[in-house]
Design a protein around this ligand. Sequence first.
Ligand code: CAO
Length: 418
Amino acid sequence: MIKEVLLPDLGEGIEGAEVSEVSVSIGAKVQEDDTILVLESDKASMEIPAEIAGVVEEILVNTGDEVSTGQLLIKIREIEGKSSPSIKEPTKVEEKKLDIPEKAPIKTLEEPELFKSDTKSKGIFASPGVRRLSRELEINLSVIKGTGAKSRITKEDLHSFIKRQMLMSSGGKQQPIKKEVDFSQWGEIEALKLTRINKITGQRLQQAWQEIPHVTQYDKADITDVDVLRKNLKEEGLKKNIKVTFLPFLMIAVAKVLKEMPKFNSSLSHTNEDLILKHYINIGVAVDTPSGLTVPCIKEVDKKNVFELSEELMDISTRAREKKLKPEELKGSTFTISSLGGIGGTSFSPIVNPPEVAIMGVSKSEWSQVYDKKNDRFNTKYIMPFSVSYDHRVIDGAAAAAFTTRVGLVLSQIENFS
Ligand code: CAO
């Protein structure tokens, strides 16, 4: 029996559409539900599926043809015993047109199974445009996790996949986009080799800066009372050879607020579909070393006191400078603190340390005159400026302002450190 495939009523007032792809050729065997044609109207793209299993007998349209409701498109000769009585609606999808990126960079990628086109796999939902693009780029859709309704693979999923693969294939390295300039033509020069740490840190910072929508919230904390407490503990610490700086107090305050506001202690999943909240608090500390910036991690900060944290800080910062950290000591942080308070400056915007979603930057504290409205007088206070940069995909501005306000308040109350 010959089955005539006619253009069904597309609904929504769509009278006709353009054939954007003829997916089969004469003599080709098709299974029920295989895409035989792809159409594009001004409202949607749609796949026309084969209603029966069979062999393509005749194709009456070409790519670019305008077709209208009821028009004969394709004839399929049925394979005995495989008919399906149901008449199926074409699969409509939301996307209309796709920005098709250049093919060339993708061709250079390795991982063959990722790039073997497999657009007809059952259980994969994707628009015709996405399927067409995946075929052109020879990307296997079954390796992509769709973020659309019913796990449909969207154009954005395909683009994110391509972006990830390109980054991986370049080892996350910055592409050489700069033309070499001979600076010596204007005077004497000297070239310094970047250390391995400089290069790795540079790549990570560049990637974080490009991928994370950063916003920085600036604030100030009154640490007058904590300064008195620190001086007392510093005296006590000296007897045990422990150097007590401000950092342990900051870590304790931050850990307390991270527990109250767990989104700041989270990471986006690799598909950006879930937010992973961590029920542990490990704080990364940016340490300036002669070979570059490193970020060792202090685990379970919420369970440690000022002396324990001070001891650990002395240990990891010393070993970081001597390049004696173990790889696992650089992993697992849930939030990072970058303190320039011992050096100077009034404020700065740190870059989020992925996969974390927030980082605190600390600047040098100063004695200031602060007006007390209630008693109508100025008081001399020790004020520490700090900032929190955050991933705006995860954290809203209001939450960030609440976070820094709370950290400021916790830092002003010495009972939080006993
Ligand atoms: N305000 C005023 N004084 C501060 C301060 C602040 N916010 N922070 C630290 N200090 C004081 C310390 O208390 C200490 O004073 P005392 O000698 O009186 O005890 C002094 O400054 C020196 O502190 P420190 O820098 O040696 O120690 P720390 O615990 O504050 O910091 C460490 C340790 C490892 C974080 C630091 O040495 C370091 O490497 N900082 C650089 C980090 C960096 O490069 N970040 C930039 C990354 S780019 O985003």
